[in-house]
Ligand binder design. Sequence first.
Ligand code: HEC
Length: 128
Amino acid sequence: MTISRIAAILSMTLSLTVAANVAFAQGDAAAGEKLFKKKCASCHFFDSSGKKRVGPNLYGVVGRQAGTSPHFPYSNDLKEAGFAWNPQRLDMFLTKPKAMFKRTRMTFVGLRKPSDRADVIAYLSTAK
Ligand code: HEC
């Protein structure tokens, strides 16, 4: 492969990444908060208390290593994920949790609408 071909692929990847980030940045955090209360809050706290419900506390989850909220009994799939959550990965997980992690303990069907996922991710990104 020539250098210019590699450069072309790299710049394409970069612009795709930028485009994806722009799409997520357009999520509406206020709408996401409402959705979170309706669809996620029964299982997840989102505050700095560190308290958990059936699911781990999600405060600061964006940028956090997957499966590492203290004292939460994660599935092996989450424990062994080996990555930090970013908007792209959250989008994939929230689309259909079991498609990303077959044995996840998160018994939630997923958010079908891309804009709903963008809104919730925008809300999750508001943690200080
Ligand atoms: C029925 C309960 C339940 C609902 C509803 C639910 N979750 Fe979860 N969630 C869990 C459980 C349990 C886990 C731990 C999964 C595991 O260990 O496999 C989890 C894990 C997660 C994780 C990974 C956290 C980490 O520390 O790695 C994210 C992100 C997440 N949930 C987001 C959401 C969002 C956003 C919603 C709403 C759209 C939601 N969840 C709805 C139970 C739930």
